[in-house]
Write a protein that binds this ligand. Structure first.
Ligand SMILES: Cc1cc2nc3c(=O)[nH]c(=O)nc-3n(C[C@H](O)[C@H](O)[C@H](O)COP(=O)(O)OP(=O)(O)OC[C@H]3O[C@@H](n4cnc5c(N)ncnc54)[C@H](O)[C@@H]3O)c2cc1C
Length: 316
């Protein structure tokens, strides 16, 4: 079991591993993950790298596979909680993979191509500006297209699954390959993305509709989201999944948890399923708060809450 001081790969080993390979893009060692998550919580990653292109990413994955070094992929870091002991291994950020464009246009629809690091809101703005329908409910969801697909992000009855046609993946054993949306097994805030696969890009189908109608829907959803969620605070979105037909936020609220606090981690007073970092919260505070809220909801309603956010890394 790794302890805090152990690193699986340090600067020297990394340079040795990649010296004969083509690897372009930023590399940082002992990088604090709080700088890369919306929650602004998280210990250091042994290595944090942002490959510039597909060849660099492929070379990194190959060498990590050969050396048996674990890695975590991140998009916008808006749905992850990184533990205080940081990440043992390599974090691969897809932020440089941002190409996006119309791939094909027909009478009633457009096929849109987006690399996984494309901000999801870029797509929503594009749909609003052009009257392309299918992703209206995704307005205001921060993060990248890749992250949205990995967790099948959605709201207001929409999810990215509805617009998605296929994804292009990279895997160290299988190389680059395509998966259709049905093969991805997207469900409520979950996917069956193969272990170790990195989403490179996505093809999405949007319907052409009356521009004003699309605009109106998007604006109304955004207004609702702004009124009901603490969008400007440091959070990771909804902490727990909605159990069955119920709203996790309502259960947490009615169990009396709004405003509950451990250290600087607090259950939002605006939306009880959002936990906020009020300043210097540690992952251990956040996890303890999650545990206390779960216990309260279990005690009051007999309902077991299931975690929605992705928890990565190791304890301090
Ligand atoms: C204020 C706020 C509001 C939110 N509202 C909503 C909402 O209404 N609905 C909703 O569903 N979510 C919501 N979220 C949660 C979050 O924004 C979404 O889940 C978002 O889609 C995550 O994207 P990301 O790029 O930030 O993913 P990250 O947080 O970077 O990663 C999330 C997961 O996806 C994986 N991943 C990311 N990129 C890739 C890739 N290229 N290949 C393989 N795996 C990848 C990561 O390994 C991780 O497991 C909200 C979050 C915040 C902070």
């Amino acid at each position: 079991m790794a302890t805090k001081k152990q690193t699986v790969v340090d600067e020297r080993l990394w340079q040795k591993m990649v010296s004969s390979l083509e690897v372009h893009g930023e590399v940082k060692f002992k990088e604090p993950m709080k700088a890369h998550t919306y929650l602004q919580i998280g210990g250091e990653a042994d290595v944090f790298t942002c490959p510039q292109d597909t060849v660099s990413l492929e070379n990194i994955l190959t060498v990590l596979n050969e050396e048996r070094i674990p890695f975590v992929t991140v998009g916008g870091g808006t749905n992850i909680l990184v533990k205080d002991g940081g990440i043992y291994g390599v974090v691969i950020s897809l932020k440089n993979f941002r190409r996006n464009d119309i791939a094909k246009e027909e009478k009633d629809m457009v096929l849109f191509f987006a690399e996984s690091g494309t901000p999801l809101q870029k797509l929503v703005s594009f749909s609003r500006e052009n009257g392309y329908s299918g992703i209206e409910g995704l307005v205001g969801i921060p993060g990248s297209v890749g992250g949205a697909i990995a967790g099948n992000a959605g709201a207001f009855g929409y999810s990215i699954k509805n617009a998605l046609v296929s994804v292009r993946l990279m895997h160290s054993d299988k190389g680059i390959y395509e998966m259709s949306v049905s093969e991805l097994g997207l469900e409520y805030r979950a996917s069956m993305l193969p272990e170790g696969a990195v989403i490179l890009s996505a093809n999405m189908r949007l319907r052409k509709e009356v521009k004003e109608d699309v605009e109106k829907k998007i604006d109304s959803f955004l207004k609702q989201k702004r009124e009901t969620q603490p969008l400007s605070e440091m959070s990771a979105g909804c902490v727990f999944k909605n159990p069955g037909g119920a709203s996790a936020g309502r259960l947490i609220d009615e169990a009396g948890c709004k405003g509950m606090r451990v250290g600087d981690a607090e259950v939002s007073r605006v939306h009880a399923n959002f936990f906020i970092n009020k300043g210097q919260a540690k992952a251990s505070d956040f996890l303890k708060l999650m545990d206390e809220v779960k216990k309260k909801v279990m005690k009051v309603f007999g309902t077991e809450l299931e975690t929605e956010i992705r928890i990565v890394g190791r304890d301090e």
